[in-house]
Design a protein around this ligand. Sequence first.
Ligand SMILES: *Cc1c(COP(=O)(O)O)cnc(C)c1O
Length: 450
Amino acid sequence: MADTKILLDESEIPTHWYNVVADMPNKPEPVLGPDGKPIGPDALAAIFPMALIEQEVSAERWIPIPEPVREIYRLWRPAPLYRARRLEQALGTPARIYYKYEGVSPAGSHKVNTSVPQAWYNQQAGIKRLTTETGAGQWGSSIAFAGQMFGLEVRVYMVKVSYDQKPFRRSMIQTWGAEVFASPTDMTESGRKILAQDPNSPGSLGIAISEAVEEAASRTDTNYTLGSVLNHVLLHQTIIGQEAKKQFEKVGDYPDMIFAPCGGGSNFGGVAFPFLADKAAGKEVRLVGVEPTSCPTLTRGHYAYDFGDSSGFTPLMKMYTLGHDFVPPGIHAGGLRYHGESPLVSQLYHEKLIEAVAVPQLATFEAGVTFARAEGIIPAPESNHAIAACVAEARRCKETGEAKTLFFNLSGHGHFDMAAYDRYFAGDLTDYAYPAEAIEAALHHLPKVG
Ligand SMILES: *Cc1c(COP(=O)(O)O)cnc(C)c1O
């Protein structure tokens, strides 16, 4: 019987990140300043080190991974690719299902693939402190871990509702030596402004980003880090797809369809972009980002210039957006609650090179539980979105008799998300579709450009 886990040697950890910009039919849309004009690298220098700014705007196909970063990657990479035979059996599908498991990392998700290089480049630039925001806590713990690896202080603004609901992510952040505060805080102008409007604000990623950016911009020893959305973040994540390609080669298979959960787009870009290079070279492969119906950025958002944060501190990026003042419904149990989407993923979606689907909450948990009962691993609620879309396709294959090769990214484990599973088993979770009026209203709050 063929292997269940398809493994690579440490020497096969990629030596370069893959930059999809090199293979895009059209150049990325420029990032705009408050005046509506494209910004230069200097505008970002207050909060990012130059090495990351260069990666942000680079069109080079391959960018070398510094050896000290690869050395930290060795703690958990290469990540295994699994053939999900037991899930195939449980579904009775002729499809072959594979998943890449990013939950083997210290923080339990793919996010350390970028937190580590981000911390490294900041340390090299002489930076002493990093600020960031975190929603569900995965990014906060990932950057706390990376800061610890390279001796940087880290301060995390954690969305209040998650801060209250996820005490153990908080403890994890503290275990790796970082500070964590419930956002909105009274420590920043942005936080105070929100609290004045609504003292009980549950917070949002947009608000927490405003706080973290504001602090980083006001101190020369401090830079800001972001766990998704930006080009350099997606670049770092491409080690996932590159490893997966080698693993598929080992078993002589190749995916017909790839699914990944889509929040800011980083794990989707990470797994899909290296395959997009094959697609550009004529190969057939469908790349599907999967988002919640409660935060349907790609499938129902507007493709327009918008801010990355809720206060309008960040430059304007052309992306699919639900409006920068989007506050996600608190009833949603998992992550994937960001109002925007990676500009690279947005543009590729707009140009129909990739696809997207939205899945309602209950279907994601149903799929996650089916997966856990067959394969053992308990997935992060975000990952359940990809599983749900993959399982739906596997069931279609059962009807049609097609033996497709399906592949999804299991972006993280759900060990810190059991409260969400608890609510699911208790029947407390409901489906929720973001209202059309709210999507329409967001249009009127978009910044005017040009
Ligand atoms: C953060 C996170 C996501 C969503 O973020 P992307 O940038 O879209 O990848 C998905 N899965 C897990 C486990 C996460 O931690």
